[in-house]
Write a protein of this length. Structure first.
Length: 470
């Protein structure tokens, strides 16, 4: 609940931030920031150590590993800053946007700040101390919101986004030493380094592949169609993938350390995974369906007409968001049992399919084409991941399928009820809110009816969750 509350507050404030900034700034401003963030993400991913995942997965005392991990992190942060600073002109030239040079150099400071954060914050996740994680993350969100929105009113350009993000990283560095008493020191032990890297190399491999899958489309689109198209696409991806990037992030953040503690108890691991799967799809399916059917109304009401060209792409990308929601349940499981290699292999297949189809589809249908190119390999690899999970936890295929099909069936019913109301009303804020209310009621009603016939135990699971809070 701490993590869920954090994400609700973060994304609620983030939603307000996005609406305000989208009104005040142009798609080109978001595209310029996107270029800088792509540069940073590229270097961060290709230099990923995987040490945090390795530390969480270990069932032993990890304090002796921390100084080595922090030293490597600090050196990595410094190197990334220097590379970005000197490579900024070349990166900007690649995207035909020379004005991005200074933006990249300023944002590069965030890599230095990230590298110096207190490594002790790893205990927040490892020991499930998510109340501390809440205050650590939320303080940065408040600062980002305040700085970005204030400067957006004053400057009306991309620098509002830049300074907001940089201020948030300063706060994260400061709070990491305020909330966590551990004080890292410079030190390096080869044996500890190799022990972490043995696990981390597979995390590195899958991180690189996942980056190419999730960010490669941005790089390709920015180069092929320009900075404005990139801004439109990134906004469409952000909104359409809300269930994957926000709701299920909460679940995966908690389940990885929890599964790690259950890795030697298969019956409990299976029971826990199936409950997590059931709750994840129960939440993410209707949210995805709502975004899909209300995308035109949402864009016109909240973002404005200048963002309307992204609507078809947003609707297509909803399917990718739902597939990623399912993936958020499988990834922590593979990591917790010490099998990150499975994710690496699946990511490699997904990247291969994407590489084959992205150019012809984008050339033919531009934003819509690249959205289709993203959806197809994502759905295929998540189906393969499902077979791997069933084999690992020894689950019954019928139970597994019911946990997926019941929420999806209820979501289709919800979409039908919303679509019926939309056809009878005009676009307005009040009708948009009524659609949301109608969708929630119809989804819950259909789930309740299906639960009576198939005994999927939704009522039992959610009552047990409520009782556990008392």
């Amino acid at each position: 609940m701490w993590v869920f509350s954090l994400r609700i507050l973060n994304r609620g404030l983030g939603f307000i931030r996005t609406i305000i900034l989208a009104r005040l700034l142009a798609p080109e401003d978001f595209g310029l920031l996107g270029i800088a963030m792509l540069a940073i993400s590229t270097l961060e991913t290709f230099s990923q150590t995987g040490f945090q995942a390795a530390l969480i997965q270990k069932n032993e005392d990890i304090e002796s590993y921390l100084d080595t991990a922090w030293t490597v992190s600090a050196i990595r942060g410094l190197m990334l800053f220097l590379i970005l600073f000197f490579a900024a002109p070349s990166i900007a030239e690649f995207f035909n946007s020379p004005q991005a040079t200074l933006i990249i150099r300023v944002i590069a400071v965030s890599t230095l700040l990230s590298g110096l954060r207190n490594i002790g914050i790893i205990f927040f996740r490892k020991e499930l101390e998510f109340n501390k994680q809440f205050f650590y993350e939320f303080s940065a969100t408040i600062v980002d919101l305040g700085v970005a929105v204030t400067l957006a009113f004053l400057l009306r350009n991309v620098w509002a986004l830049v300074w907001g993000g940089l201020a948030a990283n300063f706060v994260r560095l400061f709070m990491s030493y305020i909330i966590q008493p551990y004080r890292p020191r410079i030190g390096f032990e080869k044996e500890r380094f190799l022990g972490l890297f043995g696990f981390g190399r597979w995390v590195l491999g899958s991180s690189i592949l996942i980056f190419l899958i999730t960010q490669g489309d941005d790089i390709f689109l920015g180069k092929m169609l320009g900075v404005t198209a990139l801004g439109l696409y990134q906004m469409a991806y952000l909104i359409s993938n809300l269930p994957a990037t926000e709701i299920t992030h909460v679940i995966s953040q908690v389940t990885f350390p929890a599964y790690s503690k259950l890795q030697d108890d298969l019956p409990k691991l299976r029971e826990s995974y199936l409950k997590v799967l059931q709750i994840t799809i129960f939440i993410s399916a209707p949210v995805t369906g709502g975004i899909f059917i209300l995308a035109p109304e949402f864009t016109e009401i909240f973002l404005g007409d200048k963002w309307m060209p992204m609507v078809p792409a947003m609707q297509l990308l909803c399917m990718s968001g739902l597939a990623r929601s399912f993936g958020a349940t499988t990834g922590p499981l593979f990591h917790s049992i010490g099998q990150p290699k499975i994710l690496t292999n699946l990511a490699m297949l997904q990247l291969l399919i994407l590489a084959v189809i992205i150019y012809p589809l984008t050339k033919q249908w531009e934003l819509v084409g690249i959205s289709v190119a993203v959806v197809i390999p994502n759905v295929i690899t998540q189906l393969l991941a499902a077979f791997e999970v069933i084999n690992i936890v020894k689950a019954r295929c019928f139970d597994f399928l019911m946990f997926l099909l019941l929420p999806l069936t209820a979501t289709l019913g919800m979409i039908s009820s919303i679509l019926f109301f939309i056809n009878l009303s005009e676009i307005s804020l009040s009708s948009f809110l009524i659609c949301i209310f109608l969708g929630v009621i119809s989804y819950i009603a259909i789930i309740y009816i299906l639960d009576l016939f198939y005994s999927s135990r939704y009522k039992t699971i959610f009552w047990s969750l409520i009782k556990s809070l008392n």
